[in-house]
Design a protein around this ligand. Structure first.
Ligand SMILES: Nc1ncnc2c1ncn2[C@@H]1O[C@H](COP(=O)(O)OP(=O)(O)OP(=O)(O)O)[C@@H](O)[C@H]1O
Ligand SMILES: [Mg+2]
Length: 257
């Protein structure tokens, strides 16, 4: 499925969070959204997911909903949002609660989501027994249980240490290769964007508008190859210089308040 955001403006009272953002997320692509703190990334994602109605502009979803999909547009949050009193499998099953499914179908979906995220052996564990990385895998498993066509990920790895982030980036890429959902991936981290995205959309400081869209033309599986390193470094430098300018100004603006 494709998702188009057309001329999105969003105000919170007198504060303009987003100003005239238009972007299309193509079927099966990973679009990374980066920009300085407070530029409206989460706001834009909430609008894309239909949780927040924009002040003006429209969200258009095109393409047929896959048969298995219970919730075509699904979120993965940074803070996992797991229920501590429920086990891993119960947390995943919780996402299916509102969908009038048979017990067999729930079991099938939960098992499948746990298998795909490497959590099969942890089905009976409780969130507090798990590492941060495993908890976020539960968050991802819960999103996968409803077979989304579009995944909206809001800094899903930012609460994790660098090594765990590295492992989960690989996991996310594996899942993406397998099911090819469209993914909108919000991050502060341009290195993460560089690993994952087909295109990187750089937002300006608040009010967020699109500063640039950078295509990463090298296929994800080749990005670790030695011969593409000069090009990857060039793309990284380009992104960083773009974000750095915005971040410096955003930082100073906040300090002046
Ligand atoms: N419910 C709200 N009411 C009022 N202002 C809000 C609300 N939600 C967000 N804002 C403001 O809108 C702006 C954009 O917020 P948003 O959370 O979308 O930014 P962000 O880019 O996701 O930031 P971060 O990188 O810190 O997650 C910020 O200035 C924020 O304070
Ligand atoms: Mg945010």
């Amino acid at each position: 499925m494709e998702l188009s955001l057309n001329r999105i403006v969003h105000n919170f009272g007198s504060l303009t969070a987003l100003s005239d953002v238009s972007i299309k997320v193509n079927e099966g692509e990973i679009l990374a959204l980066i920009g300085p703190s407070g530029c409206g990334k989460s706001t834009l994602l909430s609008i894309a997911g239909g949780i927040l109605k924009p002040t003006s502009g429209e969200v258009v979803v095109r393409g047929s909903i896959p048969d298995a999909s219970l919730n075509p547009i699904t979120y993965v949050f940074q803070d996992f949002a797991l229920l501590p009193w429920k086990s891993v499998s119960e947390n995943v099953a919780f996402a299916l609660k509102h969908h009038r499914l048979s017990a067999v179908e729930i079991e099938r979906r939960v098992t499948n989501a746990l298998e795909r995220t490497g959590l099969k052996d942890f089905a009976r564990a409780y969130p507090k027994q798990l590492s941060g990385g495993m908890r976020q895998r539960v968050g991802i498993a819960r999103a996968l249980a409803v077979s989304p066509a579009i995944l909206l990920m809001d800094e899903p790895l930012s609460a994790l240490d660098a090594q765990t982030r590295e492992l989960l980036i690989e996991d996310i890429l594996d899942l993406w290769r397998r099911d090819k959902p469209s993914i909108v991936y919000v991050t502060h981290n341009f290195q993460e964007a560089l690993r994952l995205a087909n295109r990187v959309c750089v937002l300006s400081r608040r009010p967020g508008r699109i500063k640039e869209i950078v295509e990463i033309e090298i296929p994800q599986q080749d990005r670790g190859r030695r011969d593409v390193q000069p090009r990857m470094a060039e793309l990284g430098e380009h992104l960083w210089s773009n974000i750095r300018d915005e971040a410096i100004i955003a930082d100073r603006e906040l300090a002046d308040v």
